[in-house]
Design a protein around this ligand. Structure first.
Ligand code: FAD
Length: 404
């Protein structure tokens, strides 16, 4: 009997897995059953939610019907998964049914965490889900000027460039409309580089700072956001400093007021993975996976290539990383099971993003040292107006695979 491959989560990584397994099945005549379980009728392309917020792109343009994966030869179950039982090789679904597997690809993304900072869940706007992006767009259209604060409580967060990309693109729109504004990005301090604007290295950091000057954007560093008081429109933060003799740490508290708050969620494990069998012991915001092949360290039949498992392998929380991780994991499994192809390796990732009035192509070198990945050398390969068009076309083109 053919192997039953279940893909849990039909977002960026899940659809890549399903389409590539289905193509291998067809090309090599493999005896394989592919099933995708997704809680939603739609698969979304989250980078396009920035266009919803900034340009009023309709939500319909950010998604495609998940059931169109059936046209590739995969079965689709639209149900929410509640729990994975690895010892039993089954997934419990919200309606009480269960589904069994021979091999499981877990691609559930990350949950948007708003809890833990008093006031954070209720205050402000964001574009980390489609409906929220529509609300942010309405608010921005009515914005008459003042201070916009983009709050980033923790690193990493979904898509490492997002706050700078959003701030510079928004800065350009406000500048063009003649709306007087200041944008403040509240960044966690990062020991090696300073703050999130330098996280991808000097080349890309300089690109952001060019726009920071042009559009009145400032980065302020903190060691933690403590609370939000939306009635006084204040973000309270802390800063920790070592004393001169390095024997003690002094905590200072400071505030930033805002006219409009845009917030970035904290990364948290999706509910079915919020289980000691899956959580990464060193950082329980994430889910463990073996860097060499993205397998669960104890269960060889489970591959975890969703955003939830990127930091434990050394990779970043972005679509470009889950894409390459998924392709590597499935190449390993196809080779092991059927002897087809060769296992691939991740050497670089490329991403198109907005930068002010333009777009740019960013490329990061990725290296696997046998233990984990490192990927800090990133370059701005080209910045121009065409890249801006290519960015949206790239993500729309991705969804077009499922608009057949
Ligand atoms: C605003 C924003 C901008 C971004 N910009 C970029 C960018 O420019 N470049 C880039 O590379 N990345 C970007 N990203 C990140 C990128 O979108 C993610 O890295 C990528 O989508 C992660 O893929 P994934 O498959 O792990 O998760 P997702 O794409 O989030 O998919 C998870 C899927 O699992 C399903 N699911 C969740 N829970 C359950 C459950 N219990 N049962 C069944 N199904 C479930 C969901 O419905 C969803 O379909 C951005 C993200 C955001 C939010």
């Amino acid at each position: 009997m053919g192997k039953k491959i279940v893909i849990l989560g039909g977002g960026a990584a899940g659809t890549i897995a399903a389409i590539n397994f289905a193509e291998a099945k067809r090309k090599h005549g493999l005896d394989m059953d592919i099933t995708v379980v997704n809680k939603d009728e739609w698969t979304y392309m989250p980078p396009l939610w920035a266009d919803v917020a900034l340009d009023g792109l309709p939500i319909e343009k950010t998604r495609a019907p998940i059931r169109n994966l059936e046209k590739y030869g995969a079965s689709v179950i639209v149900k929410e998964a509640k729990k994975i039982e690895p010892a039993e090789r089954k997934i419990l679904l919200s309606d009480g049914e269960s589904i069994s597997y021979d091999y499981l690809f877990v691609t559930l993304g990350l949950r948007n965490g708003w809890e833990g900072i008093p006031g954070y869940d209720k205050a402000g706007y964001h574009n980390y889900d489609p409906q929220a992006a529509v609300e942010l767009n309405k608010t921005l259209r009515n914005f008459k000027g003042g201070k916009i604060v983009i709050a980033v409580p923790e690193v990493p967060f979904r898509c490492g460039i997002y706050p700078m990309e959003f701030a510079t693109a928004l800065g350009h729109i406000l500048h063009t409309k003649g709306i007087k504004s200041k944008i403040v990005i509240l960044s966690p301090k990062m020991p090696d580089v300073g703050d999130i604007s330098w996280a991808l290295g000097k080349d890309i950091g300089k690109l952001w700072h060019k726009y920071f000057e042009k559009y009145n954007i400032e980065i302020k560093r903190h060691d933690g956001i403590e609370k939000i008081d939306d009635s006084s429109r204040t973000v309270s933060m802390k800063e920790e400093e070592e004393t001169h003799d390095r024997k003690a740490v002094i905590t200072k508290h400071f505030e930033e007021t805002y006219d409009l708050l845009i917030k970035v969620p904290m990364p948290r494990p999706p509910d079915p993975l919020n289980d000691p069998q899956f959580l990464y012991e060193q950082d329980k915001r994430f889910v463990k996976a073996r860097p060499s092949d993205f397998r669960h360290p104890e269960y060889d039949d489970i591959f975890l290539t969703g955003e939830h498992s990127m930091p434990p392998t050394g990779l970043g929380t972005a679509g470009v990383f889950v894409d390459t991780a998924t392709l590597k994991a499935l190449s390993i499994l196809l080779h092991e099971l059927y002897g087809v192809g060769e296992p691939t390796e991740v050497h670089s990732v490329a991403c198109v993003a907005y930068s002010g009035d333009k777009g740019f192509l960013g490329v990061c070198e990725v290296e696997f040292n046998g233990q984990e990945y490192t990927w800090r050398n990133c370059y701005n390969m080209a910045e121009n107006f065409v890249m801006k068009i290519i960015k949206r076309a790239f993500y729309q083109g991705w969804l077009d695979k499922l608009r057949i």
